[in-house]
Design a protein around this ligand. Structure first.
Ligand code: SF4
Length: 337
């Protein structure tokens, strides 16, 4: 492992993770542990940027715990990586406030995901919260508080990282070289389409398969998957290129891909059998992870210990960064002559 290569990434605490979360991010996070010093956060403050009622906050803590169990079951190793909760290291909020002094509002308003979020929340640009507008600044603070050199992101997050790099450049130009410019590390599987065959897999759209589901529930959900819309009858040849079940076979049954293609296009395979085979593939793939999850569920104290230890280690780095930043920005008590 190269000591000067530090990865930071965060996930909003949405509870139990699904296949899209795993294939789009978590699997990659696990692999990165072999190459980098990794710091992974459950970004609970970010979860507050889109809440619409006070009741929603009661879900944050249980969601962190469920997500952590999935992280550990998937192979994140607290001996090698720092796993922690964002708000346990409040220095990030200090840094975010300080970075906001060098971040023009125009930069934030131009971020494409800002406009998407405003649309999703049926808000107008005038009524969205300051926290939502400033989301990329807090995200930048998350990364550079730990002097991360690279961030694993999907395509949709690339503009946020470019903004983080611009904020870093402006800070360094104004106050002196302090932060490395974090580099994009694109994930190989950026987006997994959900069971509806149309949208990215997502819990809110209920088109997902949870990692923690049991095999029966997984099979039941896979049987609802949308396939080639033009294949009305069993005797119609299918088009694997437009079928989401086929795209999932690429991940879970790569050895049989040619046979599936051939049987689909010659109508010698039915969609129900094809989905059953996919469900078996998913269940085999997740079996060990699910077993580890069951063991972790019986050790709630262990999950708490992992998070407290992670916060302790993250805080050491964070404090050193804040000391350096406040010194460069001329804050604090003046030295005695
Ligand atoms: S047979 Fe399989 S790959 Fe072909 S359309 Fe049906 S589900 Fe899709």
């Amino acid at each position: 492992m190269e000591d000067n290569k530090v990865i930071f990434s965060g996930m909003r605490p949405t509870g139990r993770l699904h296949l899209g979360n795993y294939l789009g991010a978590l699997q990659n996070w696990v692999g990165l542990q072999d190459e980098y010093s990794c710091i992974y956060a459950a970004v609970d403050v970010h979860a507050l940027t889109t809440i619409t009622s006070g009741d929603e906050v009661h879900e944050i803590r249980p969601n962190i715990r469920e997500m952590l169990i999935d992280w550990l079951a998937a192979g994140l190793d607290p001996q090698r990586s720092i796993l922690f909760v964002q708000s346990h290291v409040p220095e990030v909020l200090t840094l975010s406030a300080l970075l906001s002094m060098v971040t023009p509002l125009g930069w934030l308003m131009r971020v494409p995901t800002f406009k998407d979020r405003v649309r999703q929340m049926s808000e107008t640009e005038d009524s969205v919260s300051y926290g939502l507008v400033g989301y990329p600044v807090l995200q930048t603070a998350d990364i550079i508080l730990y002097k991360a050199t690279a961030v694993p992101v999907g395509e949709d997050q690339v503009p946020h990282l470019e903004l983080a790099r611009e904020i870093v450049r402006r800070f360094n130009n104004t106050f002196g070289d302090t932060f490395p410019e974090p580099q994009v590390k694109l994930t190989e599987v950026p987006s997994i389409v959900g069971l509806d065959g149309q949208h990215k897999m997502s819990k809110s759209l209920d088109n997902h398969i949870e990692l923690a589901s049991d095999p029966e529930e997984t099979s039941k959900r896979v049987l609802t998957a949308f396939t080639d819309p033009q294949r009305m009858r069993r005797t119609d040849p299918g088009r694997p290129s437009v079928c989401n079940v086929y795209s999932l076979h690429k991940v879970f049954d790569p050895a049989n891909l040619d046979a599936i293609y051939e049987e689909c296009t010659t109508a010698t395979r039915g969609c129900v059998d094809c989905k059953r085979q996919l469900a078996d593939g998913i269940n085999d793939y997740l079996a060990e992870m699910r077993e580890r999850r069951r063991e972790l569920e019986e050790r709630p104290d262990y999950v708490t210990e992992v998070l407290l230890d992670g916060a302790k280690r993250a805080k050491v780095i964070a404090k050193a960064t804040i000391d350096e930043v406040t010194e460069k920005m001329g804050l604090g008590i003046p030295p005695l002559n």
